[in-house]
Design a protein. Structure first.
Length: 421
């Protein structure tokens, strides 16, 4: 297939996704290699549940549309017995659970980096919250006598393959078994509907509270291991490289740095990794604390209600940690007031927040900033390449520019400009 044919095929795939998802818009990357759509309307973030029609999508390889009846998942590695599980077994032979999950692309906010980084130029639209239904992985692993030591790993391999001749990097992610046993599932429904093709039909790994890259679509293999995908046996496994998406891509590092491949790590929280001495280039696992204003929308002209107030509404999240505080500024960050949380409160899902504002006529810059249970608060800005904490008057207010544009959570890039009449 020629480059032009591949490009046209990708365009058709994205168009088909947009037909199924009228609440999204196409987002392109520099090489036009990904299939990506994001929230079309900032008002999405004034609601707790994201309809399937509005939920963002991101994957690199061709969208698969397999027959569920013939799909199988191989369970191998440190288990008492290898097994090949069909969808009937996954659905019917184990418990069924539903989990709420705020899924965020690790590249969400990449479009605000200066200078621009590569890949999909997301701004705010690559985060959504849904209910996912499936089978707890702890039930499947227990049934097969899997080793469950705290330092073990589970590697999930996707069934999609690179479309470009000569590329052999298969999609695989290694998840610490402690997280797997806590709350991970093999998901086959979203918001009560069978998974659409673009969400990994018929089954995907779902890792609550962690960046979307970890929730591998079209799962074909689960392998219980003593280490992550690492080393020669995975760099060239039957002619394919399984390590790229674990050890090279989706790592936070300065420009021109090739991340070191690690057999294992002991700290999984993305922010903790950044602050620790153990890991030089953090892996994008747990989502950083973040918030987004959904109403009023950026650029809107709004009028107060009869009582003279405008209700600012948005969402705040912190991965699998609790988000404990939300502040709103209506004067461009000069002063801050506490907002309040309301609505559903589920582990690993965002919280709705509101703030009652009594404005006069004029133009305003609105910000929101959230704080998690560890006291970690959103920084103000994204640094420029080469700038470190020593270059800033307030080190806590810099999010580090990184070559992949990952895990951005600064509040200033997400400003909402509003006119009040």
């Amino acid at each position: 297939m020629s480059d032009s044919e591949r490009s046209e095929n990708r365009r058709r795939e994205v168009d088909a996704i947009l037909d199924r998802k009228p609440g999204t818009v196409s987002v392109t990357d520099l090489e036009d290699r990904y299939r990506v759509v994001g929230a079309a309307d900032q008002g999405t973030y004034a609601n707790w549940l994201t309809p399937v029609e509005d939920h963002y999508v991101c994957h690199r390889n061709e969208t698969l549309e397999p027959d569920a009846d013939s799909w199988t998942v191989a369970l191998t590695g440190a288990v008492e017995r290898d097994s090949t599980l069909g969808m009937d077994a996954i659905r019917d032979e184990y418990p069924t659970v539903a989990v709420a999950h705020t899924m965020e692309c690790a590249g969400n906010g990449r479009g605000y980096f200066e200078p621009e980084t590569g890949s999909v130029q997301w701004e705010y639209g690559a985060v959504s919250t849904a209910f996912w239904t499936g089978t707890p992985l702890r039930s499947i692993l227990a049934d097969h006598g899997a080793a469950t030591d705290d330092d073990m790993w589970l590697t999930a391999v996707g069934g999609d393959r690179p479309e470009v001749e000569g590329e052999n990097d298969l999609f695989a992610r290694s998840i610490p078994l402690s997280k797997v046993l806590e709350d991970c599932i093999l998901a086959y429904e979203i918001n009560g509907q069978p998974l659409p093709p673009e969400h990994g039909h018929p089954v995907r790994l779902l890792v609550p509270g962690w960046y979307g890259v970890n929730s591998v679509k079209w799962v074909t293999e689960l392998r219980v291991m003593e280490k992550m995908v690492h080393g020669p046996e995975w760099v060239d496994r039957d002619g394919d490289d399984y390590t790229r998406w674990q050890q090279s891509s989706y790592r936070i590092h300065p420009e021109g740095v090739e991340p070191e491949s690690n057999a294992t790590i002991s700290t999984y929280d993305t922010w903790e990794q950044w602050e620790s001495d153990e890991i030089d280039q953090p892996y994008t696992y747990d989502e950083n604390v973040k918030s987004t204003i959904g109403y009023p929308e950026d650029g809107a002209t709004v009028s107060p209600r009869e009582d003279g107030t405008i209700e600012v509404v948005g969402v705040a999240w912190a991965g699998d940690d609790d988000v404990t505080a939300i502040e709103v500024s209506t004067d461009g960050g000069e002063s801050w007031d506490d907002g309040s949380f309301f609505g559903p409160n589920y582990d690993c899902a965002w919280r709705l927040f509101r703030y009652l504002w009594e404005p006069s006529t004029g133009s305003y810059t609105l910000y929101s900033r959230a704080t998690d249970e560890h006291g970690r608060r959103q920084p103000a800005r994204i640094s420029r390449p080469g700038e470190g904490s020593e270059d800033s008057e307030d080190a806590a207010d810099d999010y580090p520019w990184n070559e992949g544009g990952y895990a951005e959570n600064a509040f200033r890039p997400h400003a909402v400009e509003v006119t009040v009449e």
